[in-house]
Design a protein around this ligand. Structure first.
Ligand SMILES: [Zn+2]
Ligand SMILES: [Zn+2]
Length: 394
């Protein structure tokens, strides 16, 4: 394939940059931890900063690092709209370029009606996801929050208190240091929406993801067809398109993309961010399917490592479950009618002396495989989806 060297360099630069951004943002995901992507992430966030700190200590006595740390702490641990504004800037900028380069080229009334509708979706869903209560647990609704999910006695055990909020932590909740509250069924704190994703706003988070995917796919579809038409026009009149080789076609496509700048930027932007956005959405659908949350996947991956280190012990305690025999077959799901129950107890024992603290009336066995630990929150994809759409009020 004879690709113009200038175009090839641009392509290589764009691809390498996307790869680096991917490593920086997603290299910490448990599945990637022991891969070159995970090592790259470690190098970027741990080893390189170490070198930088050493050099700064020598040159300025650490002043640059202190300033960066202050900024970093603000960006990472305070509520601020920087990333929201970045998102809005990308969407608005993209739409403006679309208006400049593509609006007049729309070929049917259907699209002139659809474009404004699709364009408004990210603004509406971003607003909903950002400004809906993700499920703040307050003293006045704490009792209700405790009844949302049963304890699984693996990742969530009763009797643990949040040191900031000063109440018992409900199952599946997590204290968010940025939102400064415990959040019911906390998934993660999302910088794109400047809010936690939790029990009450996860449906808006999904609609935000979906509307981002839709605008990017639709934008890519429209602009790539327009560029295809430019390619056809750029070839000699009467060229049989079925005889044009992939190499020539691709070359012409890239050339038109660069020549018609606004159209080209929209097309490339939609393609690259679209891949990321769809991958991220796919990951969240996987979490629904697995009946888990981002927060819980980190806990599960810790258990996996602890099991490999022979540190996890399990016992059955049939006398424990207070809800046995009280399982209504219908009604909204909550801790009292949760369809899956477990009588297992799971503990991590690092030092052999800690075995003393385990209940001596029970028979303790070492866990050999993660599959022995049951995820009671996995009630199937459709039920989980239903609980996302029709969240229980508390
Ligand atoms: Zn808390
Ligand atoms: Zn938060």
């Amino acid at each position: 394939m004879d690709l113009d060297p200038g175009l090839r360099d641009i392509l290589i630069a764009i691809l390498s940059l996307s790869f680096l951004v991917f490593v920086a943002l997603f290299g910490h995901v448990p599945a990637l931890r022991k891969t070159p992507i995970g090592w790259g992430h470690h190098f970027m966030w741990k080893i390189m900063p170490g070198w930088f700190i050493t050099i700064d200590m020598k040159l300025t006595g650490g002043r640059v690092v202190r300033t960066i740390k202050g900024l970093f702490n603000y960006v990472m641990y305070e509520k601020h709209p920087l990333i929201q504004l970045f998102y809005l800037g990308l969407v608005t900028g993209g739409l403006y370029l679309f208006y400049l380069g593509a609006w007049d080229r729309l070929w049917s009334t259907f699209h002139t009606i659809m474009v404004p509708i699709v364009a408004s979706l990210p603004y509406i869903t971003l607003y909903l996801a950002s400004y809906t209560d993700p499920g703040y647990i307050l003293p006045e609704n704490h009792r209700g929050a405790m009844k949302l999910y049963p304890f699984d006695y693996i990742n969530f055990k009763p009797g643990y208190h949040c040191s900031t909020c000063r109440f018992e932590k409900p199952a599946r909740s997590k204290h968010c240091p940025i939102c400064k509250h415990c959040i019911a069924k906390q998934d993660h704190h999302c910088v794109w929406i400047n809010n936690c994703v939790g029990h009450k706003n996860v449906k808006y988070f999904f609609s935000f993801l979906m509307s981002t995917n839709i605008i990017l796919l639709y934008g890519f579809y429209l602009t790539s067809i327009m560029i295809h038409r430019l390619v056809v026009e750029s070839l000699p009149v009467g060229t049989d398109m079925s005889k044009v080789g992939w190499g020539l076609y691709f070359n012409q496509f890239m050339l038109c993309l660069v020549l018609d700048v606004s159209l080209g930027i929209v097309c490339l932007l939609c393609m690259m961010t679209g891949l990321m956005s769809i991958g991220f959405t796919g990951y969240h659908f996987y979490l629904l399917w697995a009946g888990t949350t981002t927060n819980e996947t980190f806990k599960w991956s810790d258990w996996k490592e602890d099991i490999a280190a022979d540190e996890v012990w399990m016992a059955r305690d049939p006398s424990r479950n207070p809800y046995t025999g009280r399982w209504p077959s219908s009604g909204p799901l909550n801790a009292y009618n949760w369809p899956v129950q477990t009588d297992k107890l799971v503990y991590r024992i690092v030092n052999p002396e800690e075995m003393e603290y385990l209940d001596k009336h029970l028979v303790w066995n070492r866990v050999e495989n993660i599959n022995e630990l049951e995820n009671i929150y996995d009630i199937g994809f459709w039920k989980t989806l239903e609980s996302v759409v029709w969240d229980l009020k508390f």
